[in-house]
Design a protein around this ligand. Structure first.
Ligand code: EPZ
Length: 416
């Protein structure tokens, strides 16, 4: 089990390039199933989850060429319509093959994802949506068996805003017979990036970026080339880290227009932020002020940034409330932060953090992807050495994060 060792106290200074967005790359890789022609992708991040998704697609018969961030996928010869448990259990986003498989091949056998650290995370909305479109679905031995001669366009209302639920059904609807309307759809930028890729493949989609998406089914989709959007959560993570440690950083190849809420909160904490084209610069030369956050679907404050802000609040001036409304168990990092001396009380989905002057380094353990980033931020500001165990969580979603942080002056190294 690899660990990270961090000596706290360095300010972050310098420039890093932001990688392609994990949560855009994962659904877009699955979109290759919708056509027999090659899908050429650029700016695909080098992440464990992306590698897992590539393996899952290859075992179905998709041919994939990888050349750095360039990936070409061709689903001309699919010979297996299945996503096996041993792959789905490590990455719940594997559920995203369900919609495309049923839409193009009329059948799919996809393992139910297990729960995960941050909550039960059911896929009932994915299943209900496909049933509304005429798929016959039954669940046995932990697998979803779906069959449909041809999916029919339908009106689908999401009881809860679901990012991958919206993505799965949007992909399925591109080849359905007739018009599908997704109501209470997710508006996340990654959903928009997927929609742009599908439209470039010949899909007919209206309402992209709104909570009502209308898809008019077509007979076939063709190949295209698409560049994956920058990762807004990686961007936000570096910006919070620099606000917590103090310093002056510049993020290149990113986008500010999809981070309004996060940038506003960082300015409220006292950071100075400039945006020019695809570069976001941030300067911070004092102790941050505590900021309240309440997570909700986009464009509200992203749940994937909650843990990182909690780390900053641990050493901020004043107290703050962090309310997590999306997942029922996304406070696993609280226990670990307390080991560093953080003052945090949790009541249900609300955490109250009283900022301390400083944290003390200690041995701690990562529990999920974004919690790992939170613990790194805490280690960067803690006095002395912090050792973070189980950092395989981190490698799922952050490309070479310790190399990028070292580039910014952090004293961080991976222990084999
Ligand atoms: C996506 O997960 C992201 N993952 C998550 O990022 C992100 O935290 C989440 O959206 C919320 O923004 C990917 O895009 C690959 P949801 P997803 O369906 O789609 C409930 C990261 O760190 N729900 O939007 O799985 C669900 O339990 C990851 O990169 C149902 O009840 O999340 C949750 O409470 C973590 N039934 C809420 O909806 C369903 O059928 C939102 O979940 C589907 C979801």
């Amino acid at each position: 089990m690899q660990k990270l060792a961090i000596q706290g106290g360095s300010r972050l200074n310098g420039e890093v390039r932001i990688s392609g967005a994990k949560n855009a790359a994962l659904p877009i890789l699955c979109a290759s199933l919708l056509t027999s022609e090659p899908l050429q992708l650029a700016n695909v991040p080098d992440l464990n989850d992306v590698a897992t998704m590539r393996k899952l697609l290859q075992q179905m018969g998709i041919s994939i060429e990888v050349n750095g961030g360039q990936v070409v996928l061709s689903a001309a010869h699919i010979d297996k319509l299945e996503a096996p448990y041993d792959m789905v259990k490590t990455m719940r986003a594997a559920i995203l093959v369900l919609g495309p498989l049923v839409a193009r091949f009329g059948e799919a056998r996809v393992s139910l994802p297990g729960g995960c650290a941050i909550g039960s995370r059911p896929v009932d909305l994915h299943i209900k949506g496909l049933q509304t479109m005429g798929a016959e679905i039954h669940i046995e031995h932990g697998y979803i068996h779906a069959k449909a001669k041809r999916l029919k366009g339908a009106r689908i209302f999401f009881d809860l805003v679901s990012v991958t639920g919206t993505e799965n059904l949007m992909m399925a609807a591109t080849l359905a017979d007739g018009v599908t309307v997704l109501e209470n759809a997710a508006r996340e930028p990654e959903v928009v990036d997927l929609a742009h890729c599908l439209i470039a493949m010949g899909a007919r989609i209206d309402g992209v970026g709104s909570d009502t998406i209308t898809i008019t089914g077509v007979k076939k989709l063709h190949g295209t080339s698409h560049r994956i959007m920058p990762d807004r959560i990686e961007s936000g993570t570096f910006l919070v880290a620099a606000t917590a440690t103090g310093g002056s950083i510049a993020l290149t190849d990113t986008r500010a227009d999809i981070l309004d809420n996060v940038l506003e909160k960082l300015q409220e904490a006292g950071a100075t932020i400039q945006v020019s084209g695809s570069t976001i610069s941030l300067q911070m030369n004092k102790r941050p002020k505590a900021v309240n956050v309440r997570t909700a679907p986009y464009p509200a404050f992203p749940t994937d940034m909650q843990a990182q802000f909690m780390a900053m609040n641990c050493i901020a001036e004043g107290s703050a409330m962090v309310v997590e409304t999306i997942f029922e168990n996304r406070f696993m990092h609280v226990q670990e932060l307390r080991r560093l001396g953080a003052q945090i009380d949790v009541e249900g989905n609300t955490a109250v953090i009283r900022g301390c002057a400083q944290l003390e380094g200690a041995a701690i353990m990562a529990t999920d992807l974004r919690a790992s980033a939170c613990l790194i931020i805490a280690g960067l500001v803690a006095q002395g050495e912090t050792i973070i165990d189980r950092i395989y969580h981190l490698d799922r979603g952050y490309e070479h994060i310790e190399a990028k942080l070292s580039q910014l002056g952090a004293d961080i190294r991976r222990l084999k």
